[in-house]
Design a protein around this ligand. Structure first.
Ligand code: CP
Length: 320
């Protein structure tokens, strides 16, 4: 079967959920809302989602009907569990799915798995998959698709919760200097955030070993930027995505690119530390800084639930 291509575009202004989602369209098939990538997501659409997340954080309730399933083909603690928490708070039925006990092991394709969910009445699937742009295989599926991370591609809900956390801290994103440090080339968090932050007016700097620069203009001099940045966003070293053995020992990496206590002391008075987690303690960041006064790492996780409630609500209501 020809899976066709996914053609992202935005809703027309007449729709209340205008532009919040990328839509996939396949010839002869109705327009379907999905959140697949942060690329080209317009500023007002991002801000609408952040505002809704804030309402949820302030205690506003919402109730949705239907069943959802979290299809995670790569390990996850935060994304999977915070989607589950968001789903429960919205009153959704959450169907359990474990790759190890699914027919994926019998060779069933992702497309057929998602079509099966659709056939049994699932309204939305949240997918994490090791393949970049796996969602290209899903053209023609009617169920809402929310990307929980595609290989080294995108992680849109992580980006939204990061934007929410920065906005919550500074009251704006425009003019904020964010320095993203670490495994840029392999990081879907860096890629999702880079474009969205710049689009919203932030200044974004990248620090990493030259080998991990990817398509970005980077420096390897963290010390030159540490005193002039508002947000130090550390990334996990993604050993599982490296084709060759590590460039650095953990100790050498920490000294050259890690957030050490000495570097933390040079940060601006009100600057904050972020990290999507999971954390390699003592590698990207000193163990003692993970829960320090500047750290927003666990606040990011808390915010993830509100942001994912907003995303689920818009995805599912946008289909009604
Ligand atoms: N930040 C993040 O995506 O964490 P998990 O891999 O645990 O979901």
């Amino acid at each position: 079967m020809d899976r066709g291509a996914v053609y992202p575009y935005f809703l027309t202004p007449s729709c209340p959920w205008e532009g919040v989602f990328l839509y996939s369209q396949r010839k002869g098939v109705s327009k379907l809302p999905n959140l697949l990538t942060m690329n080209n997501l317009e500023n007002d659409k991002i801000m609408n989602l952040l505002k809704r997340a804030e309402q949820f954080e302030k205690g506003e309730k919402a109730s949705l009907e239907g069943a959802v399933v979290n299809l995670f083909f790569e390990p996850s603690t935060r994304t999977k569990m915070s989607f589950e928490m968001a789903e429960h708070r919205l009153g959704l039925s959450v169907l359990p799915f474990e790759t190890a006990f699914s027919s994926i092991l019998k060779g069933e394709t992702l497309y057929d798995t998602v079509k099966t969910m659709e056939a049994i009445g699932v309204k939305a699937v949240i997918i994490r998959h090791e393949e970049e742009e796996y969602y290209q295989q899903l053209a023609g599926c009617k169920v809402a698709v929310i990307n929980g991370g595609d290989g080294s591609g995108q992680h849109p809900t992580q980006s939204l919760l990061d934007l929410y956390t920065i906005h919550q801290e500074f009251g704006r994103i425009d003019g904020i200097h964010v320095t993203i440090v670490g495994d840029i080339a392999h990081s879907r968090v860096a890629k999702s955030n880079a474009a969205a932050l710049k689009q919203l007016g932030a200044k974004v700097s990248f620090v990493c070993p030259e080998e991990w620069s990817g398509d970005y203009d980077t420096t390897d001099d963290l010390d030159a930027l540490i005193g002039e940045t508002d947000v130090v966003m550390m990334l996990r070293v993604q050993h599982e995505r490296h084709a060759v053995s590590a460039l650095f020992s953990k100790e050498r990496y920490h000294i050259k690119f890690g957030l050490t206590e000495a570097r933390e002391r040079k940060m601006k008075k009100d600057a904050i530390i972020m990290h999507p987690a999971p954390i390699n303690r003592g590698v990207e960041i000193a163990d003692s800084l993970v829960e320090c006064q500047r750290s927003r790492i666990f606040k990011q996780m808390e915010n993830g639930v509100f942001v994912r409630m907003a995303v689920l609500e818009y995805a599912m209501k946008g289909r009604e």
